[in-house]
Design a protein around this ligand. Structure first.
Ligand code: GDP
Ligand code: ZN
Length: 354
């Protein structure tokens, strides 16, 4: 790693985030109020309005959606508050929150800054509401990877929980990486490697780190460059400590953004993209440390459970649940010992819990 070059980028990044002015935002909130009034006067037919011809569209990335009408995008390396086109809102009448953090959008710069188009999404990260119908709430779009962090101990390692996280990532079609932190507390590294051997064999990259002893940090940073990454994992495993090491100015950057938007970081549940100084983004989702499985996921679980896919090719039925069916490649692999019994039991527990 070239530390000098990193430092230089750092300072530029700080300027970036400080460029957002609270006054600018006030103007946009006012615009929002006017828009609301206009909207109540005349609600055009869904899908009728098309983009006017004199627009100057530029491509930008959404860093944060402040309200249904205002979002912050990153344009030329600077945060820029934008309104969200009323035309878009009418086109997407049903989806209240139609622009998400992480979205690529086209912004019209010809008059003010207005988001006019949302570019097709690769994927999106959702959580589900608590009520009975479990409404899907998208928290961010276009996620490249999730770093699922666990700790070797303190809190105690729970592979069953890791399996759940990996299943969620699989269902959302997001690449998952495993980070085992607090390896300074392990008796031997071989023991750690043995414990995670099955996951490595199943195709998940496994990073061993210690935030305390600063082990494996450079390797982890290398993984984040140019990507849009979510850190997830049980509280207390060391996510904050790792992020602070990966990005020493992280806290300062977050409070800069909070100040500029006039809202405290700790009181919000909005997702926010934090640009890494070395390129790439941290997708910060306060309030969502886990992403829960949905009861409909029971159908996909047999396909996404860690390490099952390569054995499921031997299942007689495409929709094999690997529980009672004849000629099940997964159960045969369990019998041979290719899938550890403990992982198979974990699978059954997750299935049952849905
Ligand atoms: P988070 O809840 O996942 O964000 O976890 P934190 O970063 O707040 O860390 C929780 C606790 O674990 C803190 O007391 C940290 O000092 C400690 N901790 C974090 N990383 C390590 C590590 O690598 N080794 C040890 N021994 N402790 C760590
Ligand atoms: Zn099967």
């Amino acid at each position: 790693m070239n530390k000098k070059r990193d430092k230089k980028k750092f300072s530029r990044q700080n300027i970036r985030l400080r460029n957002l002015d609270a006054d600018d935002l006030d103007a946009f909130y006012m615009e929002e109020i006017h828009e609301e009034k206009r909207a109540t006067k005349k609600a055009p037919e869904k899908g009728q309005q098309t983009l006017k011809s004199d627009v100057q569209l530029v491509k930008a990335r959404v860093l944060e959606v402040l309200t249904n009408h205002v979002a912050i995008v990153e344009l030329d390396g600077k945060p820029l508050p934008c309104t969200i086109s009323g035309r878009l809102k009418n086109l997407n009448f049903e989806t209240r929150n139609l622009v998400f953090a992480g979205d690529w959008v086209h912004v019209d710069r010809s008059q003010d800054s207005r988001i006019e188009e949302i570019l097709p999404r690769g994927n999106s990260l959702s959580r589900f509401s608590e009520e009975e119908f479990q409404k899907e709430i998208v928290v961010a779009a276009n996620i490249d990877q999730v770093v699922i962090t666990c700790s070797w101990t303190q809190p105690e390692l729970r592979l069953g929980l890791l399996d759940r996280y990996l299943c969620s990532a699989g269902i959302a079609d997001i690449d998952a990486v495993i980070c085992v932190n607090k390896i300074d507390l392990a008796g031997s590294l071989d023991e750690v490697r043995d414990t995670f051997e099955y996951y490595e064999q199943s195709g998940y990259p496994v990073y061993l780190t210690s935030a305390e002893k600063r082990i494996g940090i450079e390797e982890l940073r290398g993984l984040l460059i140019g990507k849009q990454t979510v850190f997830s994992g049980h509280s207390g495993v060391g996510k904050t400590s790792l992020i602070n090491l990966l990005h020493p100015d992280y806290d300062a950057l977050v409070s800069d953004i909070s100040e500029s938007t006039g809202k405290g970081r700790h009181t919000t549940t909005r997702t926010c993209l934090i640009p890494f100084t070395f390129g790439g983004y941290l997708v910060d989702t306060p309030g969502i440390k886990t992403f829960a499985l949905h009861r409909n996921d029971q159908n996909v679980l047999p396909h996404v459970f860690p390490g099952f896919a390569r054995f499921a090719v031997g299942c007689r039925f495409n929709d094999c649940t690997h529980t009672h069916e004849k000629e099940c490649g997964v159960r045969e692999a369990v019998e041979r010992g290719d899938i550890p019994q403990s992982r198979y039991e974990s699978y059954l527990r997750i299935m049952e819990s849905l």
